[in-house]
Ligand binder design. Structure first.
Ligand SMILES: NC(=O)c1ccc[n+]([C@@H]2O[C@H](COP(=O)([O-])OP(=O)(O)OC[C@H]3O[C@@H](n4cnc5c(N)ncnc54)[C@H](OP(=O)(O)O)[C@@H]3O)[C@@H](O)[C@H]2O)c1
Length: 240
């Protein structure tokens, strides 16, 4: 199993929990020292780590192909690397929004290309895309671009599912608020925030079931997801 963004937060904890289930792991991120520390911690399973910046298109293909060659095959790819930067549009921080778009959408697109290349050749595989509850509707201010990137990756995944590539399953996971490096500074969001281990346990269960779409943790995010989809924007903006 290949996980991107495995040096921190949800990716790091998914690596721990999937290792405990006995999976061999191919882990990547930019901070390779943190990946090495994680590898040292994960005993009893095969773990390989590589430095990867997902905005480097060529490197994404190279690293994915190297992992596939090293392990013989890749059964699952989790497109997880992501960035939570952002600013209201037109307030002088187009760089922050473009960085987020580059990592979360273009980077994810490249990872999905590289994963599908491997899965088509193998005629099997499980592609997992980490979206976000914020993908369900347009979000305000510093979340606007982030939410759009997460809607974009979910749409890419749905398109691939619709293609019905032989032997290939496609899952989209929509996390609510799960404690990680990305939101370590966020205090006002603690109402529905769960700790990393709890949140990732819900993600891992959904991924193992190969769910097409999963809002995680199911409580309170399944009912919130229903409400987000049907309520007018004026109500949604007060909910999340
Ligand atoms: N936590 C939540 O509540 C929540 C909710 C909804 C969705 N998500 C999504 O869950 C995923 C994981 O987020 P997280 O909360 O675990 O955040 P995090 O703790 O900040 O971890 C982000 C991971 O992505 C990697 N990353 C960032 N930019 C990268 C780049 N250019 N190339 C390669 N790797 C990169 C980071 O590794 P390096 O810095 O070492 O490269 C790190 O391992 C993201 O896609 C995020 O949008 C999280």
């Amino acid at each position: 199993m290949l996980i991107t963004g495995a040096s921190a937060g949800l990716g790091e904890e998914m690596a721990r929990q999937f290792a405990a289930l006995g999976y061999d792991l191919a882990l990547c991120a930019r901070r390779v020292d943190r990946l090495e520390a994680l590898r040292a911690e994960l005993t009893g399973t095969r773990v390989s780590v590589k430095a990867l910046d997902v905005t480097d298109d060529e490197a994404v293909f190279t690293v994915f192909r190297e992992f596939a060659a090293e392990f013989g095959r890749i059964d699952r790819v989790i497109v997880n690397a992501g960035l939570g930067k952002g600013a209201p549009l037109g307030t002088g921080r187009p760089d922050a929004n473009r960085d987020t778009a580059r990592v979360n959408f273009l980077g994810a697109l490249t990872q999905m290309e590289a994963a599908c290349e491997i899965f088509r050749a193998q005629k099997r595989g499980h592609l997992v895309v980490v979206s976000s509850m914020s993908a369900l509707r347009g979000m305000r201010k510093s979340m606007t671009t982030y939410a759009a990137t997460k809607a974009g990756v979910a749409a890419l995944a749905e398109g691939l599912r619709s293609e019905r590539i032989p032997g290939v399953d496609v899952s989209v996971v929509y996390p609510g608020y799960i404690r990680s490096e990305m939101n370590a500074h966020v205090q006002q969001r603690t109402r529905f925030m769960v700790d990393t281990e709890t949140g990732v346990r819900a993600m891992v269960a959904a991924i193992e079931k190969r769910r097409a779409r999963a809002y995680v943790p199911a409580w309170p995010w399944v009912p919130i997801g229903v409400a987000m989809r049907v309520l007018p924007l004026s109500a949604v903006r007060r909910m999340v």
